[in-house]
Write a protein that binds this ligand. Sequence first.
Ligand code: NAD
Ligand code: IPM
Ligand code: MN
Length: 361
Amino acid sequence: MKLNIACIPGDGIGPEIVTEAKKVLNKIASVYGHEMVYTDILMGGASIDVHGVPLTAEAVETAKAADCVLMGSIGGNTATSPWYKLAPGLRPEAGLLALRKALNLFANLRPAVLYDELADACPLKKEISQAGFDMVIVRELTGGLYFGERYTTEEGGVRKAVDTLTYNENEIRRIAIKGFDIAMKRRKKVTSVDKANVLDSSRLWRKVVEEVAADYSEVTLEHMLVDNCAMQLVKDPAQFDVILTENMFGDILSDEASMVTGSIGMLASASLNDSKFGLYEPSHGSAPDIAGKDIANPIATILSAAMMLRFTFDLDKEADEVERAVKNILEKGYRTADIMSEGCKLVGCKEMGDLLADEIK
Ligand code: NAD
Ligand code: IPM
Ligand code: MN
């Protein structure tokens, strides 16, 4: 099979982790007889430096022409990088948001699984980490605060900034359907997370989620307020199967969920629309503090590539093989710095990629 993959290495650790993901994909290609065709796209700071904008129309067209997009991460140090002196619409993140919107990637899936082997890297109490957990956060990705009207102004000499949070029922319904469909293939439980005690958008969210739930009699639905959810994630993560939530809550909760898996370097993600197209990227950022040091954990990106094989290309056996390789390498005791624990073997980003590629037989 020929796989046409648009590739966005991006900024910071992005190019390092994408290189390792390609190494693993190339090994899959040689073992299973596929052909990987990569077309690189500039986005974020890398595009600003060349084109003066974080995403060009040509880059969007290249992405659309591919079967899917594999991405590292974009952005720089938001306090010190000159990219953050530009107008907001010209900063690195604006490129990512524009691409998500252009490709209609409204469903962001972020699986948070605690591997048995990483129980020691989990910062929770032993009895919680030993019980393990396996959840997926289904995050709405093209609406809410991220895409509402926003402006900064001055009224009577007082500076004022406005961001607006809007959802319509269609946006809520389509992500809720995704969440319930996913739950049907898992443990059949959806926890819909909102702030319905305060926000109108959350009250509509709850109503529409309940309407969708009526078509899924086998799935148990519970509602949880987002502040409680933040607490429950560290108290009892095993209670969650599918967490269904809006854009901003999903962004924040997925970083929290990542840390209880051991590290944000473990959390993969897939951003999907209603077709087989997807953008696959780790949930973490460009980690400017460790860029260029060969210490980043490439596993989140490699697991995102596995999600790509499964969702876009229906290559389940190949995806299983990548996931098995990750498990085996962790079992053999290899760790990047972020998941290191006593008695394990410390490896860099490149060596982790080599080990994982070698593990694919
Ligand atoms: P970050 O996720 O980049 O880093 C947070 C912390 O986690 C840092 O200490 C970093 O070293 C560590 N970390 C992240 N990924 C790691 C990995 N693979 N291995 C080991 N350690 C890892 O978040 P931040 O520092 O808040 O943001 C940095 C930049 O990244 C910002 O410009 C932000 O906008 C951008 N960002 C981009 C994306 C994306 O491209 N999807 C996601 C989040 C943040
Ligand atoms: C993520 C990131 C992005 C988001 C930023 C970089 C725009 O934090 O993918 O989680 O907030 O969606
Ligand atoms: Mn985020």
